[in-house]
Write a protein that binds this ligand. Sequence first.
Ligand SMILES: [Zn+2]
Length: 55
Amino acid sequence: MATANDVFDEFLDDRGHETETASWEQDHNKKRCPDCGGLHDPEATRCSVCGWRPS
Ligand SMILES: [Zn+2]
């Protein structure tokens, strides 16, 4: 019997692993949130604007 995790993995496989960006984008010496575009200091671990963080 498939677990919820198995179903989720198959869902990802079906999409060809085109998942969301899971890391910060770089903008000069800043980090840019890939979700909302907010800029943060390099030491930021999560977006203070929308709450996004690297998975
Ligand atoms: Zn954000």
